[in-house]
Design a protein around this ligand. Structure first.
Ligand code: ADP
Ligand code: MG
Length: 556
């Protein structure tokens, strides 16, 4: 890495176009640390159930009110590459676990800040990187040890996890949270599939559909799929019981010729014959659907007006231009096979639903496919008074789905409220003294960084942060005190296990892994070269010629 930098340095005039910026050594690190820390600071006040919300207004004037770390960072549109890396941490966390985004970014910010302080004491970056690496591995080990087991059948525990994951989002009173937690757990359990002794959950198959209106308690669990489309023709039935459903990935239209073909028609009879031919083709298509036995058809592409008419005559309800993702969900929910050609459509390909119904929700038609038998795809249909609340409700539910799925797949959970971070910090400090040397300072810094979680929770609850940390450290001296954390409602330190403040283990393992990896990556950078007109920083994503720069490797 240093060699490459030196080489670049030696030939700077040749390599870099005029006007490009360069930052090296301490300056490069300092800027990255400062930027990353600023990003973390920007979202820390949102942590926990007593955390605050942010209102973000886009250039277009669109408003987002949220407390979701990933959403805030995305809406902030940060420019600096180090800031973008912080956003990546949140995205990864969101993708991998679905919860814990604020925590992961805060940890990274704190680890970087502490690393900066060590560097000021002339501790080399690579010593810090090594220390952090070891600390992260050790933390993982400790986490496994202090976690508790949970299975897919442990509904009560899973509901607590769901409720805590939704905890910090403003979605009505406590009772609403419990109600939603039940829906979430029911949905996750429904789509969970056992594969070679392991439980797998593909949460793509839990659709979270939303519409403003009503209130959060009107949120529904649907044993099937809600499709945001209407039944195409007014003459078609709007409520079909014992639906037999065809899914068609083909157009119910006459395909237009690609090239400009000319059809010469010289007499009215010919015109009629031509139209008759078109009509016959459409009629045949509809006939094929009818023959399969279907009384509802979802079409991924378009449906010709004439075909709509024929379908309605046959009493078949049809929905057109259905999204591919919805088609897949419908297939999973109803057991239908998606037909790519009408010729392939057979009775055995049809799916079943107890009820297919078009309903008018907040002035718009939606099609509910429900009462499916043992559906492997379900929907949570979120309602709330305004658009902003519906959106935040959706984010809360998505977080909860992620948390519950992770807990089941991993089979483990830990206690929240900063208790796990406290216990980790305690044990890591002990480990640091065993390691000794300069590296122990880095491991200690890593341990201290973890305490940012209880500290922030205490601050958000209006507690004295220092007193709280001192009391927690006392409790955590022994393993028996491992579940003591910040009681944000009582304003005291409390046993989180008793309080039911629990989180999936994966929230913690992933947050620590991505925070420490990003930290290590940023610490390794000692040379930043950026194109003309950009801040003295790395070009985003390290394009072309600079892709091989030290430190940018292994970004993913
Ligand atoms: P993140 O984006 O990191 O999930 P949240 O705003 O959801 O951020 O806050 C999560 C933190 O809040 C976790 O440390 C969790 O343990 C804590 N927390 C959630 N509910 C409670 C509670 N009732 N009491 C104490 N801490 C809580
Ligand atoms: Mg959360």
């Amino acid at each position: 890495m240093a060699g490459q930098g030196g080489q670049l340095g030696g030939q700077q005039v040749l390599l870099l176009p005029e006007g490009s910026n360069r930052l090296q050594g301490r300056d490069a690190r300092w800027v990255n640390i400062a930027v990353a820390y600023a990003v973390a600071q920007a979202i820390r006040t949102t942590l926990g159930p007593k955390g605050m919300d942010k209102m973000l207004v886009s250039e277009m004037g669109d408003i987002v009110i949220t407390n979701d770390g990933a959403t805030i960072l995305q809406e902030m549109n940060v420019e600096h590459p180090a800031a973008k890396i912080m956003v990546e941490i949140a995205k990864t966390q969101d993708k991998e676990v679905g919860d814990g985004t604020t925590t992961s970014v805060m940890l990274a910010g704190e680890m970087l800040k502490k690393a900066g302080e060590l560097m000021d004491q002339n501790i080399h970056a690579s010593t810090i990187v090594n220390g952090y690496k070891n600390a992260a591995a050790k933390a993982n080990e400790i986490l496994q040890r202090i976690s508790y087991p949970v299975t897919v059948d442990d509904t009560e525990t899973l509901e607590k996890i769901a409720s805590i994951a939704m905890g910090s989002k403003t979605i009505g009173a406590g009772s609403a949270k419990d109600f939603l937690a039940k829906l979430v757990v029911r949905a996750v359990k429904q789509v969970a599939e056992k594969k070679d002794g392991k439980v797998e959950i593909d949460d793509d198959f839990i659709k979270v559909e939303k519409k403003e209106g009503g209130d959060i308690n009107d949120t529904q669990y649907i044993t099937g799929v809600v499709v945001d489309k209407e039944i195409v023709h007014s003459g078609m039935p709007k409520k079909i019981e014992h639906a037999k459903i065809a899914l068609v990935d083909a157009a119910l239209e006459i395909e237009k010729t690609e090239t400009d073909a000319k059809i010469e028609i010289t007499s009215p009879e010919q015109m009629q014959a031509f139209l008759n031919q078109e009509e016959k083709m459409l009629r045949d298509m509809v006939e094929k659907i009818a023959k399969s036995g279907a009384n509802v058809v979802f079409v991924q592409k378009g449906i010709d007006d004439m075909a709509q008419h024929f379908l309605s005559k046959k009493g078949i309800a049809a929905i057109r231009r259905v999204k591919k993702s919805d088609m897949d969900k419908l297939a999973k929910a109803t057991g239908a096979k998606i037909a790519t050609s009408l010729d392939d459509l057979e009775l055995k390909d049809l799916g079943a639903a107890g009820l297919v119904e078009e309903r008018k929700i907040a002035g718009e038609q939606m099609v509910f496919v429900e009462k499916c038998r043992d559906p492997k795809s379900v929907t949570i249909f979120v309602r709330a008074s305004t658009e902003h609340v519906v959106n935040e409700g959706e984010r809360a539910i998505v977080d909860a789905i992620g948390a519950v799925s992770s807990a089941i797949e991993d089979g483990k959970f830990v206690t929240g409220g900063g208790s796990t971070e406290m216990q980790l910090a305690q044990q890591l400090r002990k480990y640091a003294t065993e390691v000794g040397g300069r590296e122990q300072l880095a491991i200690q810094a890593f341990a201290d960084s973890l305490e940012t979680v209880p500290r922030t929770l205490a601050e958000s609850a209006g507690m004295d942060a220092i007193d709280t940390l001192v009391m927690l450290r006392m409790k955590h001296k022994t393993i028996e005190g491992k579940s003591f954390g910040v009681g944000v409602y009582s304003g005291k330190i409390e046993d989180m296990k008793k309080l039911g403040v629990i989180e999936p283990l994966k929230v913690k393992t992933q947050a620590i892994a991505s925070a420490s990896e990003a930290t290590e990556m940023l610490l390794r950078i000692d040379d930043m070269i950026s194109a003309k007109g950009r801040a003295p920083s790395m070009p985003p994503g390290g394009p072309g010629g600079m892709g091989g720069m030290g430190g940018m490797e292994g970004m993913d």
